[in-house]
Design a protein around this ligand. Structure first.
Ligand code: IPM
Ligand code: MN
Length: 358
């Protein structure tokens, strides 16, 4: 008898429940093939519940999450709820309270997937962004002075602690070593202008680098990085950056790997409970139409199984996703796949249980 995992599932808003349904189908298929089991506990947190009850995460909710092996999240964001409420009170609160200090976002172009980057293919687009996930501009420091007057002042502070920066950088070096590709870790920052925060990052980075003589430390400004994602994505192996820059560059990364339909990420606490999610939003206009692409959610499920140590299962899902992209889907965009959301889930689940030759 294989292991059993307790998974907290938060389908969330908009198309979240539809894509999570397909993701669950696929991870269940992998579990039955590879001899482990999943015990899924569903949480109805999100916009609808908030509109009915005024509650985002109910009392004791965070403690309940902590009793699981991992969290599988669909999407948070509702058109009838003011922007910021659900994002801050659900998504960011889980990231912070569970101390998921890494946001791991692979940027990998699968064969047969269209990229807007001319002349670049799967060989050239294959890197990982390690985004710090608990500090920086997201920490919530700042405030107003003289609010509502013509002299109003708004301050939004970027909080960077030696502790937070160092643990993130160490994670990135370890990952780069484990990945064993180019063995190059690029710090992405803005040392030429933001000379306090990025000086701390830079000093920490080169100090820690001394402990990893097998890894080449590299640096790029964030603006130039955006240029190189488009012009020379093959230059990157592993990138480490702060919360805000990581948020921005991973949207660009998602586009060059084929779009939000396939981009997944993990909010990782290496010593605690991690949460996996498609990185696109709740896409409310497609809700209930069975047209949204579930591959991003499926890939998030794959990352979750890999994180739990079920590497064979994760690999089988990846092969199935590659096959579906290569042999089936016309496009990764919602409504243009040539298949419904459910059909894509069925195909990936089926191939996950087979020995796929690529
Ligand atoms: C992301 C999202 C979130 C972020 C939002 C929804 C708070 O854009 O996961 O990248 O800014 O981190
Ligand atoms: Mn984002």
């Amino acid at each position: 008898m294989g292991k059993s995992y307790q998974i907290a599932v938060i389908p969330g808003d908009g198309t979240g429940p539809e894509v999570i349904r397909e993701g669950v189908k696929v991870i269940e298929a992998a579990a039955s093939r590879f001899g482990f089991s999943l015990s899924l506990n569903y949480f109805d947190w999100g916009g609808d519940r908030y509109l009915k009850t005024g509650e985002t995460i109910p009392e004791g909710g965070i403690e309940e999450l902590k009793r699981h092996d991992a969290i599988y999240l669909g999407a948070i964001g509702h058109p009838d709820v003011a922007p910021g409420i659900l994002e801050k009170d659900i998504l960011l609160r889980i990231r912070f309270e569970l101390d998921q200090y890494i946001n791991l976002r692979p940027v990998k172009l699968y064969p047969g997937v269209w990229t807007p980057i001319k002349d670049k293919g799967p060989e050239e687009i294959d890197f990982v962004v390690v985004r710090e996930n608990t500090e920086g501009l997201y920490a919530g420091g700042g405030g107003f002075l003289r609010k509502g007057t013509p002299q109003e002042v708004a301050v939004q502070e970027s909080i960077n602690t030696r502790f937070g920066v160092e643990r993130c950088i160490r994670y990135a070096f370890e990952l780069c070593r484990k990945r064993n590709k180019k063995k190059q870790l690029t710090l992405v920052g803005k040392t030429n202008v933001l000379t306090f925060a990025w000086n701390l990052w830079e000093r920490t980075f080169y100090e820690v680098a001394k402990e990893y003589p097998d890894i080449k430390p590299d640096y790029a400004h964030v603006d130039a990085t955006c240029m190189w994602f488009v012009k020379n994505p093959e230059w990157f192996d592993v990138i480490v950056t702060d919360n805000m820059f990581g948020d921005i560059i991973t949207d660009l990364g998602a586009m060059i790997q084929g779009g939000m339909g396939i981009a997944a990420g993990g909010n990782i606490n290496p010593e605690g409970v991690s949460m996996f999610e498609p990185i696109g939003g709740s896409a409310p206009k497609y809700t209930g139409q069975n047209v949204i692409n579930p591959l991003a959610a499926i890939c998030a499920g794959m990352m979750m199984l890999e994180h739990l140590g079920e590497e064979e299962a994760a690999l089988a899902i990846e092969k199935a996703v590659i096959k579906v992209c290569r042999d089936h889907l016309k496009s990764l965009s919602a409504g243009k796949m040539g298949y419904t959301t459910q059909e894509v889930g069925d195909l990936v689940a089926k191939y996950t249980t087979e020995d796929v030759e690529l």
